[in-house]
Design a protein around this ligand. Structure first.
Ligand SMILES: Nc1ncnc2c1ncn2[C@@H]1O[C@H](COP(=O)(O)OP(=O)(O)OP(=O)(O)O)[C@@H](O)[C@H]1O
Ligand SMILES: [Mg+2]
Length: 216
């Protein structure tokens, strides 16, 4: 993958959740530019909008306003099937709760997203084996998720995100230094919301004044 080119560009993105009683401004005026090959982490207090932002970047949700250009393509106008295809082929997700399917083996869990592509069975097998070897889980490919430790389940989730060589290797979530979930993407760090207790948050906000958000 060539570096230097912009992979993800968000301009003035906002997200407002509407319920019967309340409007929640989860994201306000987010500007974000991530180049190909960059590793980026997003951290902030609980409720500050990390998951909302990742849902938008991962095409699971749409912004209320603003523009999103992914790999040189404006994506806000795409229909459901185009968004699903881009998610399947270009984006890898590692969910906070892993989301492995209990009735499928390790091998089948990693293979599943590949079955939605027109890919031969030998090619799928090769990719699944490579991905499992990368995370040191090839020896457990016939196990079911319930037969694995938490860390092993997480490694299978990493393999599932790696399996298709997406242009964005994924968005694992982990605990931040304050115990709130932090979101780590493939290490430049962006902090959405400065935490007064965290010198790193404050320093990063000073370095990236274009990153703005309001707490929900
Ligand atoms: N579907 C929804 N409807 C209404 N409000 C929502 C919805 N989803 C999220 N919110 C609100 O938007 C804000 C941002 O939520 P989000 O899940 O993005 O936070 P987060 O930074 O990921 O938090 P955490 O670290 O706890 O996972 C919160 O105030 C939350 O209550
Ligand atoms: Mg979250």
């Amino acid at each position: 993958m060539a570096s230097g080119q912009t992979l993800i560009n968000l301009e003035n993105v906002t997200k407002i959740f509407y319920t019967d009683e309340v409007e929640t401004h989860a994201l306000s005026g987010i500007h974000l530019d991530i180049k190909k090959g960059e590793y980026v982490a997003i951290a902030g207090p609980s409720g500050c909008g990390k998951s909302t932002l990742l849902s938008i970047i991962g095409l699971l949700d749409s912004p209320t306003d603003g523009s999103y250009v992914l790999n040189s393509r404006a994506v806000q106008g795409l229909d459901f099937s185009d968004r699903a295809r881009i998610r399947n082929q270009e984006i890898g997700f590692i969910f906070q709760s892993f989301n492995l399917i209990g009735d499928l083996t390790v091998y089948e869990n990693v293979e599943l997203p590949l079955t939605y592509r027109s890919m031969s069975s030998p090619e799928r097998k090769k990719r699944v084996q490579e991905a499992l070897e990368k995370v040191g889980m090839a020896h457990r490919m016939r196990h079911y998720p319930s037969q694995l430790s938490g860390g092993q389940q997480q490694r299978v989730a990493v393999a599932r995100a790696l399996r298709g060589s997406p242009s964005k290797p994924g968005f694992p979530q982990r605990r931040s230094r304050h115990g709130t979930p932090a979101i780590v993407a493939p290490g430049r760090r962006h902090h959405l919301h400065g935490d007064a207790r965290c010198p790193l948050c404050q320093a990063r906000r000073a370095q990236h004044p274009s990153l703005r958000r309001q707490s929900g």
